[in-house]
Write a protein that binds this ligand. Structure first.
Ligand code: TYD
Ligand code: MG
Length: 472
């Protein structure tokens, strides 16, 4: 009889231990260890391991290696294609993560429908029945009945059976919706556990590499913001894409967090409509569409999302604190960043923010983590504090330092060009101390050394700031 071993696996980070531990020594999470029984047969053999599909390896000169296998499969959805780095690489494995209900299945199904005329696609769902998927596809296609023959759907969660289907159908693309629902019967742990997720994805990876099938894996993000069994998964796949956005707003951002075949931090913008996700080819325009001109508490920042500049409206509101501690409530910007900006405004500019609750909001439900938006956040907050509108025709770009000084972010020419293209007349930016690259000259550049100077230039109506302090 096969001997079996009991071990404990942390469901957060995958750390294995021989005995139960209340706190994981690797990631520090509590009660995350789950018991697993492993039979003597050892870890499951991958389907191709014994066949030795790759054959014997031998080193080759770099020049002798051809790169025609890099031929990408074009994707007709432009925004999706740019995030992938210009199409799907055959034999690659892509993880599409995101909160439940954000639109991952919709995006994958839309891609599948768009590709199916040219490539053979197998869509495996463990969450919805074939009829449910068909109904959704009908809605996405705007008409029913006219589907390409090369699109197969199946509801299945056993990975062995899925491999049988792959052998039968020979797809070019395989979609797994979602990795948390598939399982290998040889493993004793339940579907969705770290062991299952890791083992299933490595087998899928082997399938991708040996057969040249491009595999898309959908993964749900847990409340803590990590894909279940996340770190283990990120090493296995070639590309990690995150679909994010506010569920109550229409915009969705598809972000590449890791990409072996293209630039990371690339972003595709979509809008959730009645008939699925629609591409937003000019996101800056969309994000600024509902802006109220000359209202206090609003400023425009130019952030870089990957290689693309994005203009976003930042809103600030200050309101006298009611009970003791003043609250800071950021929506879409980092909490600590807001604390720092509030402290600089208090100490270096002279606003009395300690008795004020501060709210900051990024319009459109997107998240900004670039420090280049600091100045716009500061302007939005001080604009609300002073009840004075910021110049409507100006964008604000700059990182704020603790001394109240401004620092220049990278890729300024691209940012300025985008602002100019959208009709902005001026840009309030940090002073350039080193003129490395030429800046566009069809937009007025207002350079400022400090937050204080920048804010003085930012307000539409000139009025003295509180006791001015300048950075030498
Ligand atoms: P879904 O793709 O099922 O999310 P996930 O796979 O990430 O869990 O998206 C479901 C949401 O999208 C649901 O709230 C309804 C909305 N939706 C639309 O608004 N329009 C559409 O055409 C479709 C298909 C979905
Ligand atoms: Mg889904």
């Amino acid at each position: 009889m096969a001997k079996s071993i009991t071990r404990y696996v942390c469901q957060q980070c995958g750390r294995v231990s021989a005995s139960y531990m209340g706190k994981c020594p690797q990631c520090g999470s509590f009660s995350s260890m789950v018991e697993e029984v492993i039979h003597e047969a050892g870890p499951v053999k991958s389907p191709n391991a014994s066949r030795g599909l790759t054959g014997r390896t031998s080193p080759r000169r770099i020049g002798e290696i051809s790169n025609d296998f890099e031929e990408r499969i074009p994707v007709p959805i432009g925004e999706f294609s740019r995030v992938l780095g210009g199409g799907i690489v055959p034999g690659s494995i892509v993880l599409v993560g995101g909160d439940p209900g954000i639109g991952k299945s919709t995006l994958m199904l839309q891609m599948t429908l768009a590709m199916a005329g040219k490539k053979c696609v197998l869509y495996v769902s463990g969450e919805e029945s074939e009829r449910q998927i068909k109904m959704r596809a009908d809605r996405l296609m705007e008409r029913s009945g006219n589907f390409p023959d090369s699109l197969y759907l199946v509801t299945e969660t056993n990975l062995q059976t899925i491999f049988d289907h792959v052998r039968e159908v020979h797809p070019d693309l395989l979609i797994i919706d979602s990795i948390q629902t598939v399982y290998l019967p040889e493993l004793d742990s339940s579907a969705g556990s770290v062991t299952q997720v890791r083992e299933c994805s490595s087998q899928l990876r082997e399938l991708a590499k040996s057969q040249g099938i491009s595999v898309f894996i959908i993964g749900h993000v847990t409340k803590e913001g990590a894909i279940a069994g996340p770190r283990v998964l990120e090493h296995i796949v070639d590309t990690v894409l995150y679909l994010e956005g506010d569920r109550f707003q229409a915009y969705r951002l598809l972000r590449s967090v890791k990409n072996r075949f293209g630039a990371t931090a690339e972003v595709g913008v979509f809008e959730m409509r009645e008939r699925g996700l629609a591409e937003v080819t000019n996101p800056s325009e969309a994000f600024l569409a509902e802006r109220m001109i000359n209202a206090p508490g609003s400023a425009i920042a130019v952030t870089m999302e990957g290689t693309r500049p994005l203009l976003v409206e930042l809103q600030g509101l200050t309101s006298p604190t009611q009970f003791g501690n003043a609250r800071r409530t950021p929506n879409g910007v980092d909490y600590n960043r807001l604390l720092m900006i509030a402290a600089v405004l208090t100490r270096r500019v002279g606003f009395k923010l300690s008795e004020q609750d501060i709210f900051v909001n990024v319009v459109g439900g997107i998240k900004i983590d670039e420090p280049a938006a600091d100045l716009a956040i500061a302007a939005a907050v001080s604009s609300s504090m002073r009840d004075l509108p910021v110049r409507a025709d100006a964008v604000l770009i700059g990182e704020i330092g603790l001394a109240g000084e401004l620092r220049l972010p990278g890729q300024m020419p691209v940012r300025l060009r985008e602002a100019q293209k959208l009709g902005f007349k001026a840009a309030i930016v940090p002073k350039r101390l080193r003129k490395a690259e030429p800046w566009p000259d069809d937009i007025q550049i207002i350079e400022a050394r400090s937050v204080h100077d920048a804010l003085e230039a930012a307000f539409a109506i000139q009025r003295e700031l509180p006791k001015g302090r300048k950075v030498a």
